[in-house]
Design a protein around this ligand. Sequence first.
Ligand SMILES: Nc1ncnc2c1ncn2[C@@H]1O[C@H](COP(=O)(O)OP(=O)(O)O)[C@@H](O)[C@H]1O
Ligand SMILES: [Mg+2]
Length: 419
Amino acid sequence: MNILLLGSGGREDALAWRLRQSPSCATLIAAPGNPGIARWAECIAINPSDGAAVVALAQERDVKLVVIGPEAPLVAGVADACRNAGIAVFGPSAAAARLEGSKGFTKELCERARIPTAAFVRARTVDDALAALDRFGLPVVIKDDGLAAGKGVTIAATRAEAEAAVRAAGDTELVIEQFLDGEEVSLFALVDGSHAVVLASAQDHKRVGDGDTGPNTGGMGAYSPAPVLTPELEQRAMNEIVLPTARALAAAGTPFNGVLYAGLMLTADGPQLIEYNVRFGDPECEAIVPRIAGDFAALLYAVATGGEFSAPELSPQAAMTVVVAASGYPGDPARGGPIDGIATAERIDGVRVFHAGTAAHSSGALLAAGGRVLAVTALGDTLADARDRAYQAVDAIDFPDGFCRRDIGWRQLERDHAA
Ligand SMILES: Nc1ncnc2c1ncn2[C@@H]1O[C@H](COP(=O)(O)OP(=O)(O)O)[C@@H](O)[C@H]1O
Ligand SMILES: [Mg+2]
């Protein structure tokens, strides 16, 4: 079948690579794609959030499956546009994408379905939000309701900090919630209506600096699996969080279809939901996808069309992704810096270098064209092996403007070391 993949980041490069290897994939098209994705797909420059343009391209090219990478097209209803045109699509409707698009929507769904999550209040004005602060101790968590590109959450240690965050937000919709103590982990599930299976677990690293210091980013690295989510905890998270969510959406007439990313806090009382995303995480996707065995395109097609699917077989190997960003990131990143040595890096066993923000110069040179530039991924028999290979690959790449964290996986590597 012909497949159209929407998006242009490292996540989509990993998806494209795996789709291209799938026996059931005939032609792979990406919109808009990037120079890494162009290794596996024909890239076509349309706006992936323009539903009419996506449908027209899919029809013109006899596409049987549309795979949506990023959240923006989902929230904009591109999956609905495809389904309305009779095209199978892996990705939720705009109604189901509210799980990511509105934190208040998700919290209320959790309340109705008795899903474990932090106690919360939805507030629509500064006065409501200030009043809500009285209901919680410190620290307290203040969140923008809508998509905020990782910049919408304040964890306030003092009442003064909390009030400042509320006033800075103004009269917009906020969620004020109780602080949860524990370790964070991400669980990815494949969902079609009330059917949901585990895909994989992962942990990411949001802060820009080693030791989890400095400002938040889109993610500086990830690894999969995350052994801190034991089989028992994973089963609890499926039974107590993911399945009730899928059933609640199906019962409301807005079934979820695609990959559901549950951000979990492993508390003393068990897993609790921090938030949902309605697509693969980036860079978690780059660490998960190389572990998935079998025909990946056929799996996504089965999910998209309500076919039969079960949890895919995963490689017993561990995977680590190290993001190489352009200096300045997450502020204003240096643009246009030359990148060389990717082919050398990919000669290391188990290594793939996915493109997150690159541009091909007319001379043939590869240039940096974004904050996060490369997602360097390696498989290994242990996480330490995967780490060693990933950093060997990073060091084989010549990108003077680039930097990366040197401690991806530190939590688990310390645990493995102590064991
Ligand atoms: N209730 C909470 N208790 C403790 N930490 C939280 C809580 N909610 C969010 N956080 C922290 O803030 C981060 C961002 O919050 P999240 O809800 O994931 O929003 P987003 O990813 O949209 O910025 C989380 O990854 C977690 O580290
Ligand atoms: Mg989050």
